[in-house]
Design a protein around this ligand. Sequence first.
Ligand SMILES: NC(=O)c1ccc[n+]([C@@H]2O[C@H](COP(=O)([O-])OP(=O)(O)OC[C@H]3O[C@@H](n4cnc5c(N)ncnc54)[C@H](OP(=O)(O)O)[C@@H]3O)[C@@H](O)[C@H]2O)c1
Length: 278
Amino acid sequence: MTRVLISGSGGMLARALQQSFERDFVLAIPREEMDITNLQDTLKTVHDFKPDIILNPAAFTRVDDNELFPEKSFLVNALGAGHMATAARQIGARLVHFSTDYIFDGKRKVPYREGDLPNPLSVYGASKLAGEKLVRKICSEHYIVRTSWLFGYKEGNFINYILQSLREEKFVRAAMDQVGSPTFVSDLAGAVKVLVEEPAYGTYHLTNSGFCSRYQLAREIARYNGCSEKMILPLKMDDLNLKARRPCYTVLDNRCWRDRGFHPLRDYHPALDDFLKR
Ligand SMILES: NC(=O)c1ccc[n+]([C@@H]2O[C@H](COP(=O)([O-])OP(=O)(O)OC[C@H]3O[C@@H](n4cnc5c(N)ncnc54)[C@H](OP(=O)(O)O)[C@@H]3O)[C@@H](O)[C@H]2O)c1
């Protein structure tokens, strides 16, 4: 049986990964039991369990808080990723590390390919990019999976925030000038399960197909829930006065995934339907 270690087990993607690897022998471990910023803890856990595959969705993901705590940002998202890569290399495990569309500056108007030049606008984006670099340098048997706009079962993310606001009959402000591909964690986790079956190491963009603005997405959610689309107010990202700058356009071309012969992930609409139905 394949032995799989999953970091940051309480996280949204980590939970979906636990489901998609449920037929394997999985150790899903919370931050309290394995803090990836602590090299000794990380090495001990990995050496004790001896996984064949390490999945590293653990990250400091609150984008605005990353601006406030840049040291923590680089500790978790960069050094922590490096520790996971060191552990994977020491025991000869394959490592799947997750990264983000926020490594790009969003100034393009066509989908980003894996080889396009990163230029992060935020501390979060910069720390995730540094994490990618460490993983590439330390562990050759790596898959770096860049994804975007995750939705799933976790309070506080964009879709759940809209649902909550609509339930409370509150108006929702959403940016018209931020465009990306919403991605269902269950679809992503299923694709990762397929990916690790092949020694096709490298960097992948992996998102649901299709794209929209945050404003369009919020309207789609309102419509789906039988709420008036007038509850959604359009505005520009700058008007939101967020601490971290976000890239405007981060549609990711899943080119390497397709070139390797893998099936593209479905459009985000049916994925959103599935999520909202549940
Ligand atoms: N969410 C998105 O829209 C999105 C988009 C693109 C890429 N990504 C990437 O996808 C991955 C998963 O994202 P997600 O939304 O599932 O994140 P999430 O729900 O915030 O989960 C992250 C998990 O990591 C844990 N963690 C934080 N610091 C840790 C540490 N030092 N050691 C061990 N665990 C630690 C957190 O635990 P605590 O809660 O206890 O701190 C949390 O359980 C991340 O790498 C993220 O950068 C996410």
